[in-house]
Ligand binder design. Structure first.
Ligand SMILES: [Zn+2]
Length: 816
């Protein structure tokens, strides 16, 4: 009899879906045969650890029997399990795995080494007990599992992006061994990919229907209960996938990736373990799949793994040498792209590249920053200076209003420096190898016809985890199959070299900042972190300058340049510039760590500052007291003079002779409010030789108005602190428009659409509420001739603000 083939897309699609479903017909469908036999573990015992302890300590713990169904917690606690595994003799020669689901993140340890991460999410529940089929001598095994009481996204409700619930408990839902039937696994992926092609390829081509009838034929051929039919069914799929593309087809350069936020919904200490869990999975896949490549950024994370997991680190080094585990980015961490100073950006590259050079014998050739909330226009120049000519990111795809017009382009900085820039057109660093994503990658690509290549980063991310075997298998099936872009396992260097060679002159250019139209609230959230970051950047800069001056001035006095301590402190500053820490988008726990880091930097940095300054002062007794200018241009500025300057003129060692330019943020002892104007060379010092104040600054009161005036400016301020007039003396031009005024404090609502710590929205501008209630009206603090200043305070809800406005005799600006 002729076989009947039903011509009905809807039922055929659903037939394929149910054939491999995890939710329907799971007793009789193909997926039900994936683990044909299961058995209990010989025993499971448990030990509650005192925090994140080293493995040696954990192995020596006191373990007691436990069982499936028990819950473990609370949030952030650590539980170790010892599993006795006895594989039945009749399973020898088959692939056997441990199935473990503690609904949390976990790490498998064997012989004191981390072997593979597991996670409640994304169904990473399976750990193979042997490479390939199990042998008789492998049938008895002891395995340890380190369970972390958090999920991939911390411990918010239901795995959501939320603050952690401090009292979450995680239930051990599964702990057993099973035979894994790889033939079934292959067929499941065949059916999935054929189904997805049938579903997502456009009606205008025949290819989707070819996939539809192929999957239908496969299911008709595959008798679930008869494994002898599996090979024939698989061959039907293979035949289909082998039908290749024409020569002009777009090529996706696929590479594994695991975006691990260095801190976000979890603290730094958990990130160290996330690296181990994620990268152990990656290493395991590398051994299994010889073409699989993996890109990995952030020197800090490599350094953590080197310290905490040396055996694993050795393996990483070996795969780096083989060009498969690929360090990228060249920076210490993936920092925020706007808030760090230029000096910090340079340090990110300097310390990152030094690490990669020392550990792997080569530096990175591309900057890698997929997830920051905007990109300073300085970056191309800084990259070029650091010998980096290529750049990968994708975050602008999140812009709320305008779609960025390019995916592959030249990005040009302020000084004309250019970098070849690529946004993977899938608009994500978390692809999974699905047909839908691959098609979107091509349809979304903004540079079609200019460059026939793009990057495709696959692997679970943000909380780490990385590529899975499913993803690699999916991509292998569509390496070159008609109807889909070509896919090849590649490397960033291969991708960028190809574009440079073939397409460089066809690409568009974008000049200036890459501005993200979202997450604009990250410039104010957690303001204290921003302030401390800047204070620390300035402090460490000044310590280096003072130490250099001290060294140059008195090399024979035995001053030791504090190189090692400065490196330690800089690395702490750089760490806290991570793209979820400095922007303020992390959980509170992270900021406890940050505050303790900043306290350390400020305390240690000030000690270094004092030592350097005292050494410099001692070497310059003839010109003491010193005034130091730590900035790189000559400055005429106002300094505060110590009260006891006259009396201590003879004693050049006295620390009370420290002076500072008052615009430095560094806190030093101040003994008096007497002021002087000095002229100091760039990055240099001079003795305190006050300059004559030729043009005094004045303040006058008329009614309730205060008029401040120096040689450059006239400012009129009312008793509420409002600026009514700002003009140049001798002109009638007021920078304030008629009837309006400056220096107003205004409140706006802050209720965004979703990301409450990240976003301020356009509609907030419609909710303007000026602060009107004056607590203390203006009072004058300084009367001239070098400085005039006044202050006032305003009520804000239950709090208040106090503002000081200063005009110096030599400054062409008001300081508020
Ligand atoms: Zn991120």
């Amino acid at each position: 009899m002729e076989p009947v083939v039903i011509k009905h897309k809807r039922t055929t699609l659903e037939r394929a879906e149910k054939f491999i479903s995890e939710h329907h017909f799971t007793d009789i469908n193909l997926r039900s045969r994936l683990y044909p036999k299961k058995a209990e573990l010989a025993s499971i015992s448990h030990f509650e650890a005192d925090g994140r302890i080293p493995v040696e300590e954990a192995l020596a713990g006191k373990y007691t029997e436990t069982k499936i169904g028990q819950s473990f917690g609370p949030t952030w606690s650590t539980h170790w399990f010892c599993l006795d595994i006895v594989v039945p003799d009749e399973w020898v020669g088959q692939e056997v795995c441990l199935l473990w689901n503690s609904n949390s993140e976990a790490l498998v340890w064997k012989d004191n080494s981390p072997i593979q991460g597991l996670s409640g999410e994304h169904k990473r529940h399976s750990f193979p007990l042997a490479n390939g089929p199990i042998w008789k001598n492998q049938c008895r095994q002891k395995i340890h599992i380190e369970m972390a009481c958090n999920g991939l996204f911390g411990a918010g409700d239901n795995g959501m992006i939320e603050r952690p619930d401090p009292n979450r408990y995680f239930t051990l839902a599964q702990a057993e061994i099973a035979i894994f039937d790889r033939r079934v696994y292959d067929l499941i992926l065949d059916v999935e990919m054929l189904h997805d092609m049938a579903k997502h390829l456009p009606e205008s081509t025949e290819r989707g229907y070819q996939a539809l009838y192929t999957v239908n034929r496969l299911i008709n051929t595959c008798k679930v209960d008869d494994p002898s039919t599996y090979q024939k069914a698989h061959a039907i799929a293979e035949e289909f996938f082998k039908q290749g593309n024409g020569a002009s087809q777009h090529t996706l350069h696929a590479m594994g990736h695991a975006h691990i936020d260095t801190a976000w919904l979890w603290p730094y200490a958990e990130t160290i373990r996330k690296c181990a869990r994620s990268w152990s999975c990656t290493l395991q896949l590398m051994e299994q799949y010889p073409d699989f490549t993996f890109t990995c950024s952030q020197a800090q994370q490599f350094e953590w793994v080197k310290q905490h997991y040396p055996v694993m680190y050795d393996k990483i080094q070996s795969f780096v040498q083989r060009g498969r585990f690929i360090p990228v980015g060249g920076t210490w961490i993936e920092m925020d792209g706007n808030l760090p100073s230029g000096e910090s950006f340079i340090r990110q590259f300097l310390y990152g590249q030094l690490f990669f050079q020392k550990e792997f014998g080569k530096t990175c050739s591309e900057f890698w920053l997929p997830d920051t909330f905007g990109y300073s226009a300085q970056l191309p120049q800084i990259m070029n200076i650091c010998n980096i000519k290529r750049f990968l990111t994708q975050k602008l795809s999140w812009s709320l209003v305008n779609k960025f017009p390019h995916h592959t382009f030249w990005w040009q900085g302020l000084d004309g420096s250019k970098v070849l820039t690529h946004f993977p057109p899938g608009d994500s660093y978390e692809m999974k190898g699905h047909v839908k994503e691959v098609l979107f990658t091509l349809s979304n690509y903004q540079d079609k016809g200019r460059s026939g290549h793009s990057m495709y980063l696959f692997g679970y991310g943000d909380g780490g985890n990385g590529p899975s075997e499913d993803m690699i298998q999916r991509l292998h099936r569509i390496e070159d199959t008609d109807g889909l872009p070509r896919v090849k396992m590649s490397t960033p260097d291969e991708y960028f070299s190809t574009v440079e060679k073939n397409d460089g002159d066809k690409l568009c250019k974008w000049t200036g900042e890459l501005y993200l139209e979202l997450h604009n609230g990250t410039y104010t959230t957690q303001a204290q972190v921003k302030e401390l970051n800047r204070r620390c950047e300035i402090l460490l800069h000044d310590v280096e300058l003072l130490s250099s001056l001290a060294l140059a001035a008195a090399p024979s006095e035995g001053f030791n340049y504090p190189a090692e301590e400065l490196l330690r402190l800089w690395k702490l500053v750089l760490l806290n510039q991570f793209h979820d820490v400095l922007p303020g988008s992390s959980i509170e726990l992270v900021y406890k760590d940050s505050m303790s880091h900043y306290k350390d930097i400020l305390k240690s940095g000030r000690a270094l500052w004092n030592t350097a300054f005292n050494n410099l002062t001692a070497s310059q007794s003839d010109i003491c007291p010193l005034v130091v200018n730590t900035l790189s241009w000559e400055r005429s500025d106002v300094v505060i003079v110590p009260a006891n300057e006259e009396e201590t003129q003879e004693n050049s060692q006295s620390p009370s002779k420290r002076l500072k330019l008052d615009s430095d943020l560094l806190q030093v002892d101040v003994y008096s409010n007497s002021l002087a104007i000095v002229l100091v060379p760039s990055c240099g010092y001079t003795s305190l030789l006050p300059q004559e104040c030729q043009f005094p600054v004045t303040i006058a009161k008329q009614g309730d108005l205060y008029e401040l005036e120096n040689q450059y400016l006239t400012a009129v301020i009312n008793s509420s602190g409002h600026l009514l007039q700002l003009s140049m003396p001798g002109t009638n031009r007021n920078a304030m428009s008629d009837g309006d005024h400056g220096n107003q404090f205004v409140l706006y609502d802050d209720v965004p659409l979703y990301w409450d710590a990240w976003d301020v929205m356009d509609y907030h501008l419609e909710t303007r509420k000026p602060l009107k209630e004056v607590i203390e009206s203006v009072k004058v603090n300084d009367l001239g001739p070098i400085r005039v200043s006044l202050e006032f305070s305003l009520k804000i809800s239950v709090s208040y603000l106090k503002q000081t406005i200063t005009l110096d005799a030599i400054a062409p600006y008001l300081k508020c």
